[in-house]
Design a protein around this ligand. Structure first.
Ligand code: ME8
Length: 652
């Protein structure tokens, strides 16, 4: 990804829409960016890592109206939750930009005005189709006059017809310069297959781009013509310059611009690899070095997306596993440019096998032996045998390969190689049987060597895995009695030899939870409309469990409004619902299909419990449970409220 000798590294994620909180797909991009940023810091670069939120436009205006909020109130609440999520996932961004920040709006207006003066932006009339979900003007391959509506070829949603006065950006004038730039800079779009897509799109001909709207109020006003607001993508893409100081902190901007890599999902590659460089060329600003279009996380072979409602909430996994298993799984499971299906089974398998067994056990076993055979002190070892030496030199080779793999963004390959080395260390221990050596006082020097070698290898491999799993690897260094933290040691200075005898190791704690699939996925409990909420070891009175008021209070019961209800293919008893619980939208599965048709319940308000352990039912994550009466013939009847109440109202 970055091979020049530049001393700075500037990495960005897309800025995410605030119509809802981020899901696993957004976490994926942000975690890749974080691992790259952490690695480049180790490699000695001065790093700037930018992420943030895209808060203007019709999509946000619409989402806010649906919830009875102002766009700003919706943005504030989603931003708070996004920042909490990034903190919980140990994301180490240097700045979080919001497009509603004053300096950003001013920067966008300044750039817009300069392009008007230059003649690259001009006023005209736009007639065509607009997809609100993608915030995208469609190519006019269907005549605008055609009856009915048009479906967006990208997301499948209905588009609206637009006919309004607009400012155009002279995109057509940049076609040749863009093609010349791609030809001269093959690294501009990665992976290479995506470069072909982009170049053939541009070769197909570029039309001027409408970049203002008169019908959308929630946006940055056009300077000197405030009837128009600036199109959300013109506004959003400029976050990469304003977020790095353009127009308000020019020393910072000069230091880090142009960006080293814009990480984006392949869904928005065209905006970044065609429109964005054209805007920059027009403004006379240097172009980013690379736009990397990564693949998608899918559910049941379709893209996980907020508008499709098939998303997974990272908070659910975070509560049970903490950040590192999620970071590891997302980066290990699929090669960066490809798509992959998210499966809980695969996730649990990786946690139990790669993390708890291969790595967790290795650390635990080694430290426990050092504690029991040498009182916890790393003891001066006997000479290295050939096999010991190989473990050491293999580490050196591994380190060199990992440097290149991380540098090129091939995180999954890097993790694969680190785990191959973990396998080799495990084999080394099994083959040497230190537990047998411990029985023979004559082999004490050899025992010290084997444990020394294993501990030094663990120190080294946890250093290499640090960019991906910073929290656990820092813990391992703590167990090994290391005074510095892995994040503080430069890559060039890290070596197997940096491990010395004399230090004292600590008591290892379990690093990764081992969770049985059935415990995590739960049973049908969440599908049952009114499963009893029994506490542990309750008192009984007659046949009734007595719980205390405090136990009852632990349940977060709230008014929720049903936003969407649909049948689940192949299941007759359950419906999949999206409910607004005041602070967010939750997806849930409820056993009510025999009593209610989806269209009868949308818009109604009911009671849900929102802090029940989530369950996965028929492959769908249920993130809340509704309350209902269950009749003798097992029919669920929901007590709906007889008047309008705001979602989120507490039920006590
Ligand atoms: O597009 N798999 O915001 P957005 C992998 N605001 N990555 C995914 C994903 C999935 N299933 N779903 C989303 C926008 N992503 C604009 C961007 S930038 C100037 C403006 C990730 O909230 C991926 O990075 O729809 C994708 O490009 C991004 O989230 C889209 O986030």
């Amino acid at each position: 990804m970055e091979k020049s000798s530049d001393s700075t590294f500037y990495v960005t994620t897309p800025i995410y829409y605030v119509n809802d909180v981020p899901h696993i797909g957004h976490a994926y991009t942000t975690i890749i960016a974080d691992a790259l940023a952490r690695f480049q810091k180790l490699a000695g670069k001065e790093v700037f890592f930018l992420t943030g939120t895209d808060e203007h436009g019709q999509k946000i205006e619409k989402a806010a109206a649906e919830r009875g909020l102002t766009p700003m109130a919706l943005a504030d609440s989603v931003v708070g939750r996004t920042q909490d999520l990034w903190k919980a996932l140990d994301i180490s961004h240097d700045f979080f930009i919001r497009t509603t920040m004053d300096f950003h709006e001013k920067g966008v207006q300044k750039l817009f005005r300069a392009l008007v003066e230059k003649g690259d932006i001009y006023k005209g009339e736009y007639k065509g189709w607009y997809c609100v979900s993608d915030e995208n003007f469609l190519a006019e391959d269907v005549p605008f006059e055609a009856a009915g509506h048009k479906t967006c070829p990208d997301c499948g949603k209905a588009c609206s017809a637009v006919s309004e006065e607009t400012y155009f950006f002279r995109l057509s004038a940049y076609q040749d310069r863009l093609l010349a730039h791609y030809a001269a800079n093959p690294e501009f779009v990665r992976p290479p297959s995506r470069m072909n897509e982009v170049a053939s799109f541009v070769r197909g001909g570029l039309k001027d781009l409408s970049i203002t709207r008169t019908t959308v109020k929630w946006g940055v006003p056009v300077p000197d013509d405030p009837r128009h607001t600036i199109y959300v993508w013109f506004d959003a893409l400029h976050n990469y310059v304003t977020g790095a100081g353009y127009d308000w902190n020019m020393p910072l901007f000069r230091k880090f611009w142009p960006a080293t890599v814009h990480l984006v999902g392949k869904d928005i590659l065209r905006f970044h690899a065609v429109y964005w460089p054209a805007f920059l060329m027009a403004s006379g600003l240097p172009l980013p070095k690379t736009v990397f279009g990564h693949g998608w996380w899918l559910r049941d072979d379709t893209k996980m997306s907020k508008s499709k409602g098939n998303v997974l909430d990272p908070q659910v996994l975070l509560r049970v596993f903490g950040p590192d298993p999620i970071r590891y799984f997302l980066l290990r499971e699929i090669p960066i440019g490809q798509d992959g299906n998210f499966s809980h089974e695969a996730f649990i398998h990786r946690v139990n096998s790669d993390l708890a067994n291969d790595l967790g056990n290795l650390v635990h076993r080694t430290l426990t032996m050092i504690r029991s055979y040498f009182d916890g002190r790393i003891t001066h070892p006997a000479e290295e045998s050939d096999e010991d030496r190989r473990l050491r030199t293999d580490f050196g080779d591994l380190k060199a390969r990992i440097f290149d793999l991380y540098g090129d963004g091939f995180m999954n390959k890097a993790l694969e190689e680190i785990w191959a080395y973990i396998g080799a260390v495990n084999k080394y221990l099994a083959g040497n049987e230190p537990w047998m050596m411990a029985k023979d006082p004559a082999r004490r020097g050899r025992l010290a060597r084997v444990l020394f070698q294993a501990a030094a290898a663990i120190r080294g491999l946890s250093y290499l895995a640090f960019p991906v799993m910073p929290r656990s690897m820092e813990k391992i260094w703590g167990f090994l009695g290391e005074e510095s933290k892995p994040g503080e040691v430069p890559f060039s200075r890290m070596g197997f030899d940096g491990f010395e005898a004399g230090r004292e190791v600590g008591m290892p704690e379990a690093l990764f939870p081992r969770v049985a699939l059935k415990d995590f996925l739960g049973g049908d409990a969440a599908a049952a409309p009114a499963a009893p909420a029994a506490g542990t070891g309750p008192k009984k009175e007659g046949n009734v469990d007595i719980i205390t008021y405090d136990e009852f209070r632990r349940m977060d019961l709230r008014v929720a409004r049903i936003l969407k209800a649909e049948r689940v293919a192949g299941a007759t008893k359950i419906l999949k619902l999206d409910v607004d619980i005041g602070t967010e939208t939750r997806q849930m599965v409820a056993g009510i299909a025999e009593t209610y048709a989806p269209e009868d319940i949308v818009g109604k308000s009911l009671i849900v419990i929102v802090n029940l352990k989530p369950a996965v039912i028929r492959g769908i994550e249920s993130q809340a449970m509704l309350l209902a009466a269950v009749t003798g013939d097992n029919k669920a009847l929901i007590p709906f409220f007889d008047r309008d109440l705001p979602p989120g109202t507490p039920v006590k």
